[in-house]
Design a binder for this molecule. Structure first.
Ligand code: TMP
Length: 196
């Protein structure tokens, strides 16, 4: 089973991912995007570049995803592991769906179309939902993606994705205390694993 954690910057999902990783060992693979590979490093360089070409950036993120899939995710699923990824393809749909506005028509559909023929969709996605003001403040607004205006559009894209696939997305109220957010995430995870 492939479980992904998604949300805007400052939603607290990485804190949850770390707590889950510390609590669950055998039979789990914990991973993230961008990855730590050289593809992931290229992505982080691009992120730090205010004037990076958004289409070039999309393909860097997508190259990192392709490598992540074949090197980490698919082998782990083949072993029978539960894979828990901090960000995955929905991050591209939501973020590059905004960044490519004015570059291509219907950007989110374009990015989804690029992935569709070869990616492995998640089975469950925990969507950590927080308002963009709180998210940007928590994230420190240190890079081009962490601005309120940008994040509010990213959040709208996540909402659209959740509407497309309501059975895959589980919304978690990420404005709660970190303990309450973690407890909700644990509940959802236990429930979906028990139902497997
Ligand atoms: P992180 O803060 O969760 O490590 O993610 C890094 C940043 O990259 C975050 O602002 C979200 C953004 N991002 C994209 O724009 N597209 C993607 O495909 C991924 C994985 C992350």
């Amino acid at each position: 089973m492939l479980v992904t954690l998604e949300g805007i910057d400052g939603s607290g999902k990485t804190t949850v991912w770390e707590a889950l990783r510390d609590a669950r060992c055998d039979g789990y693979t914990f991973t993230h995007e961008p990855t730590d590979s050289w593809y992931g490093e290229a992505v982080r360089r691009s992120e730090a570049e205010v004037n990076a070409d958004p289409l070039a950036e999309l393909f860097l993120f997508t190259a990192d995803h392709a490598d992540h899939l074949s090197r980490v995710v698919e082998p782990a699923l083949a072993r029978g592991d539960v894979v828990i990824s901090d960000r995955y393809s929905d991050s591209r749909f939501a973020y590059q769906g905004v960044a490519l506005d004015g570059v291509v028509d219907r950007p989110m559909e374009y990015v989804r179309g690029i992935h569709q023929p070869w990616t492995r969709p998640p089975d469950v996605t925990l969507f950590f939902d927080v308002d963009p003001e709180t998210g940007a403040a928590r994230a420190g607004a240190t890079n081009k993606f962490e601005q309120v205006e940008f994040l509010s559009r990213v959040r709208e894209n996540y909402e659209q994705l959740a509407e497309y696939e309501p059975e895959r997305f589980v919304r978690i109220d990420a404005t709660q205390s970190p303990e309450a957010v973690l407890a909700d995430a644990e509940d959802v995870l236990d429930r979906v694993l028990a139902a497997e």
